[in-house]
Design a protein around this ligand. Structure first.
Ligand SMILES: [Zn+2]
Length: 470
């Protein structure tokens, strides 16, 4: 019986937007999809300029809309627009989205990835999930609010940026370093995280990303004089490296929860299977139940929420089939719990290996290698305050009834890592509904349900209006 009740009240109400806003959001999405913004051949500046033009046409002042281009990177432009709140003494809210997309090989796709195609109730195109739909939601909302002569309670800053996916000119990082005054805020909302999880269109939960793991790559290197392979010696670079990797495999990092993952498991335990629900309650107890930790660790997602993980992702060794290896090298990729620094994890890896002949160095996003890793760890995560959550819960309840708002930690990383590190608390609120088994971000035939897109447009409008209403 309860099942029927749940189903009946869980049907999405659908978007309630006027046809002008619907057309506007469609046109913005189409324009963004059809401007290629890949790192290899795309032009982020063209997309930034196109969005700037739309905002200027809608009445934003020339001085409040800027396209900022890093020196020597003329295709890596970023757009920053400010929706002013005259006289407000409150600190601004920063809204973040990236304009760049992952490469898309047209020959792999059923449709042209750089055309917005409507088919079978979906919009297809590179960026429909990650994250040109969310960009369109944000730009449409700015234009709608401007046309309505809305005055926010504090400045709203929209930053649409470059190189989130890959590339040498990460817009958020660069803006923070070169134009901090333009994007400084009390807190940031990143539409690249969070989301509405659905099953065949039925909403399961509305997610808010309140924390993020830190990404760090370490290079393990063993060097050796080598020699002729007909005369093996006891000391072999490949065997030594393999033994080191084996020790990492067998040494999981310790179990640790924070405010966000505690809240997440507590919430999840109310609608999980009996065993999982029991185990989630048991890991929240003091002391946590060791057997429950082991059982939940078998699930890769739960495991990654409960500890820092480090895993070998690449190996490269030797120089000839008939020679003893002179060098063996591996990359170990770590996803570090907030509150710990990459250098702390490097020291822990040194301890786990217990082998001074294996050098462990830090390698950054640009592939540069350093003897030591960054020592900063960022603040411990916190649950977003009621001013952020309350309007979200109210609107989510109206739009996706029956689907609870769930605060969680992203196990991957987004541009939030830069704003969080810069002291701007950042929460993921890209509430675009995607089926949990239809996640196609970075993949082929990326698509979003047509109805989900317009729900997202409606959500962003209602949410920003409520968040920054007077
Ligand atoms: Zn993204």
């Amino acid at each position: 019986m309860r099942l029927f009740v749940t189903l009946a009240i869980s049907l999405p109400l659908g978007a309630q937007i006027d046809s002008a806003s619907r057309d506007l959001s469609h046109d913005i999405l189409q324009q963004l999809i059809e401007i290629n913004t890949t790192n290899s051949s795309g032009d982020n500046t063209a997309a930034a300029n196109a969005m700037a033009k739309r905002l200027l046409d809608a009445g934003f002042a020339l001085s409040d809309v800027t396209v900022l281009i890093p020196p020597e990177r003329k295709t890596k432009g970023n757009m920053v627009a400010r929706f002013r709140s005259p006289g407000s003494t409150l600190q601004p809210i920063l809204l973040l989205g990236h304009l760049d997309v992952v490469e898309a090989l047209a020959s792999d796709w059923t449709t042209n990835p750089f055309k917005l195609i409507e088919k079978d109730g979906y919009y297809y195109g590179r960026g429909t999930q990650d994250m040109k739909s969310q960009d369109a939601m944000l730009v449409t909302t700015f234009i709608r609010l401007k046309r309505e002569h809305f005055t926010p309670s504090r400045d709203l800053i929209l930053a649409l940026t470059s190189d989130e996916e890959i590339g040498p000119a990460n817009g958020v990082d660069w803006l923070l370093k070169s134009h901090r005054d333009l994007i400084d805020a009390e807190f940031a909302l990143n539409a690249d995280a969070g989301g509405v999880m659905t099953e065949k269109g039925k909403p399961l939960d509305v997610e808010v990303a309140a924390a993020e793991k830190i990404y760090a790559d370490f290079e393990l290197t063993v060097t050796n004089p080598g020699g002729h392979s007909s005369l093996p010696t006891p000391e072999n670079a490949i065997y030594r490296l393999a033994a080191a990797l084996g020790r990492i495999e067998r040494s999981p990092f310790p179990f640790e929860l924070n405010a966000v993952t505690r809240a997440y498991f507590a919430q999840l335990s109310t609608h999980e299977s009996a065993q999982n629900a029991h185990d989630m309650q048991a890991i929240l107890a003091t002391p946590p139940d060791a057997a429950a930790i082991v059982r939940l660790s078998n699930d890769p997602h739960y495991n990654s929420l409960m500890r820092t993980t480090c895993v070998a992702t690449r190996v490269n060794a030797g120089h000839a089939n008939n020679a003893l290896p002179q060098t063996a090298r591996a990359i170990v990729n770590c996803r570090i719990l907030p509150g710990h620094s990459p250098e702390q994890i490097r020291q822990e890896l040194i301890r786990i290996l217990g082998d001074p002949k294996v050098a462990i160095r830090y390698t950054n996003d640009a592939g540069q290698v350093f003897e030591r890793a960054p020592g900063t760890s960022g603040p411990p995560p916190s649950i977003p305050g009621p001013e952020i959550l309350k309007p979200l819960e109210r609107i989510a309840d109206a739009m996706w009834p029956g689907a609870p708002v769930v605060v969680n930690m992203e196990t991957g990383a987004s541009d939030s890592k830069y704003t969080i590190a810069a002291g701007i608390p950042t929460y993921g609120i890209g509430e675009l509904a995607i089926d949990h088994d239809d996640i196609r971000a970075h993949g082929k035939d990326e698509r979003v349900r047509v109805s989900s897109f317009y729900e997202g447009v409606d959500f962003m409008y209602r949410y920003l209006k409520s968040l920054a209403g007077r």
